[in-house]
Design a protein around this ligand. Structure first.
Ligand SMILES: C[S@@+](CC[C@H](N)C(=O)[O-])C[C@H]1O[C@@H](n2cnc3c(N)ncnc32)[C@H](O)[C@@H]1O
Length: 227
């Protein structure tokens, strides 16, 4: 039987996929329907309500990706608008559970002593920084921006590419702002089941696969101590 991990605010499951690869049975929670969710079980409900309820009895660990508009670039574009920040309430719920947890968010969010992950640290042609707060010791590989080679020639606008270039197109390299087409971006994220809108919200499964293996060790050690 696989240990149960809750993925709160799961969307279509970028984070979920990595935890599945690390050996967890993943239960996703999102208040919107998620017809393409890739996890083992899905509950359409408020994440904070779920974390406070009966559905938690089987869980051994929790991941949460609360909405990040409060600290993302949207805020800079619309300075007058009020955006939600569910991080404090989410953290309180996770602490109350007594379980090992992971909170993921964007750079600039108010996570406590977070670790930072980037696609470049995994050899993915992708620069996407995300922060991870944990209540257990997490070790992460360094961002490789400083040493990686540009994936295509630097120039103005979209570079001209042949089909042979497809496998190595990235989000932003050098001074070009070209981000690749949908197929390129899916390949860069290692995600093939999402729409473009879902992809923009997702983290690459590689991030949570790395975290998931370390979290599994914590879960198994807790179990051995309790036995
Ligand atoms: C940034 S996305 C998560 C992306 C996901 N971690 C991934 O890697 O694919 C945040 C999700 O939180 C959901 N959401 C926002 N507020 C919520 C709430 N109160 N309860 C449950 N889900 C919520 C949104 O519908 C959205 O799908």
């Amino acid at each position: 039987v696989k240990p149960v991990l809750i993925d709160a605010f799961c969307c279509a499951g970028g984070a979920t996929k990595g935890y599945q690869r690390a050996g967890f049975y993943v239960v996703g929670v999102d208040h919107r329907p998620q017809p393409r969710y890739c996890g083992d079980e899905f509950h359409q409900t408020g994440a904070l309500e779920f974390l406070a309820g009966k559905g938690m009895s089987e869980a051994v660990a929790i991941h949460a990706s609360p909405p990040c508009q409060a600290s993302s670039s949207l805020r800079r574009l619309n300075p007058g608008k009020v955006y939600v920040n569910l991080i404090p309430e989410t953290r309180a719920a996770l602490e109350a559970s007594g379980l090992p947890y992971v909170i993921e968010n964007v750079v600039g969010s108010e996570l406590r002593d977070p670790a930072k992950l980037c696609g470049s640290a995994f050899g993915l042609p992708l620069r996407r920084h995300r922060l991870f707060e944990t209540n257990w010791p997490l070790m992460v590989p360094r961002c490789q921006h400083g040493v990686e080679r540009p994936r295509f020639p630097v120039g103005r606008g979209s570079p001209t590419r042949t089909s042979a270039d497809r496998s190595c197109v990235s989000y932003v390299y050098g001074s070009t702002r070209y981000k690749g087409d949908l197929a390129d971006r899916k390949a860069a994220m290692d995600i093939d089941w999402m729409t473009n809108a879902e992809l923009t919200q997702a983290i690459p499964p590689a991030y949570t696969e790395l975290i998931g293996h370390q979290l599994m060790a914590v879960v198994l050690a807790d179990k051995a101590t309790a036995a």
